[in-house]
Design a protein around this ligand. Structure first.
Ligand SMILES: [Cu+2]
Length: 372
């Protein structure tokens, strides 16, 4: 087993300091952990302290699911998925939404109990926001939990238009967590030689966590002994059974907010249905690189295209006589995707095991984590 080195952890901390200059976390003494925004969106999101309105621009965004796989998606503020909005229960928020798309649009605040005029459904609760137009939403939040915003135009959803809307409670839920990660699950059909998602497709060949497919996803680094919260949101056409290796967790929240405790029903796979949120919590007791992934086999792959790859076989080879051969190929690409601090120290060839809706929870020893 390979562990991050002191050097890699130092680089991670440096990266966090750099990120701190990019956004201003909301101060909330009630909570000890914030959603890790390096994970929650890419590039790092800008959380806005209430008092200043939150600017939210709907716009085309060119991104990459893995290095070299360019995709022309739609998102918010230059990010797919959009930036994480983090607020505290009781806050009044003002969000200035600007439409830089070439068609009408409106954002819906999924699960939030807001006045009907703020619900963001074009044609029902308001006029659609015209291209070049804007609309200001303002509401007071009396809930807490994992929520999200998304375009209420169905095909725009499948172009990527979603972001996390995290409402922290006034007093932290107990037991208090030390790490808090938000992960948006999405699926896409990107045909060969295309960069634009086919939003009408019923089949999908790219599965992403926060806009990246493994091995380009960012592993979650935690210290052994810490209590960890993972927040999942699913915006797509399939339900995702998200499985964590080597640990048992409890579901502590849904798309409606915090669930009622005590939490005694342990699982290691949680089904995150379409338009649902699930919060799970566990204590990271075991050192190691534990996989966290959707367990649908077709969601553990990249670039699935019929009649390409596994279907090609040389009939002259003896192996061609084995019924069913070939099935899986081992294709590590460490050089391509293995260069960020969070992947430092993984075994050679690790990228061969990482595809699709997949990442790692890397539990490291406290002295390694602290760089002692
Ligand atoms: Cu899945």
């Amino acid at each position: 087993m390979s562990l991050p080195t002191r050097e890699s952890i130092a680089r991670t901390v440096l990266r966090e300091e750099e990120a701190a200059t990019l956004y201003e976390p909301i101060e909330s003494p009630a909570t000890t952990a914030r959603v890790d925004e390096r994970i929650a969106s890419n590039p790092p999101a800008r959380s806005e302290r209430f008092g200043a309105p939150v600017p939210l621009r709907a716009e085309p965004v060119r991104t990459e699911f893995v290095p070299g796989r360019v995709v022309d998606a739609w998102g918010f503020n230059g990010s797919v998925p959009g930036p994480t909005i983090e607020v505290t229960e009781g806050d009044t928020v003002r969000i200035i939404v600007e439409n830089r798309l070439p068609e009408v649009f409106a954002p819906h605040w999924h699960g939030l109990e807001v006045p009907i005029t703020m619900d963001g459904v074009p044609g029902i609760s308001q006029d659609p926001i015209a291209p070049g137009g804007s609309f200001t939403y303002e509401f007071t939040l009396h809930q807490n939990g994992t929520f999200f915003y998304h375009s209420h135009m169905a095909m725009q959803e499948m172009m990527g238009m979603i972001g996390l809307f995290i409402i922290h409670p006034r007093a932290a839920h107990t037991p208090v967590v030390a790490r808090d990660f938000g992960i948006i699950l999405q699926e896409w059909m990107i045909h060969p030689n295309n960069t634009v998602p086919n939003t009408l497709s019923m089949e999908f060949n790219w599965l992403t966590m926060n806009g990246k497919s493994a091995p380009a996803t960012t592993p979650l680094i935690v210290k052994r002994g810490e209590r960890v919260r993972l927040r999942f949101v699913n915006m797509g056409m399939d339900h995702h059974p998200i499985h964590l290796h080597g640990n048992q967790f409890v579901v502590t929240g849904t798309e409606a907010g915090r669930a009622g405790g005590p939490f005694t029903f342990y699982e290691n796979t949680v089904l995150v249905g379409v338009a649902q949120a699930r919060d799970v919590e566990f204590v990271a007791e075991y050192t190691g690189d534990w996989m966290l992934h959707c367990h649908l086999p077709h969601h553990m792959m990249n670039q699935m295209v019929a009649m390409v790859g596994p279907m090609m076989v040389d009939p002259a080879q003896p192996s061609a006589k084995v019924p069913g051969y070939p099935q899986d190929m081992w294709m590590p690409m460490d050089d391509l995707a293995g260069t960020k601090p969070e992947t430092y120290g993984l075994r050679d060839g690790w990228t061969g095991a990482m595809m699709g809706m997949m990442t790692l929870v890397r539990v490291v020893e406290p002295d390694v984590f602290e760089g002692a």
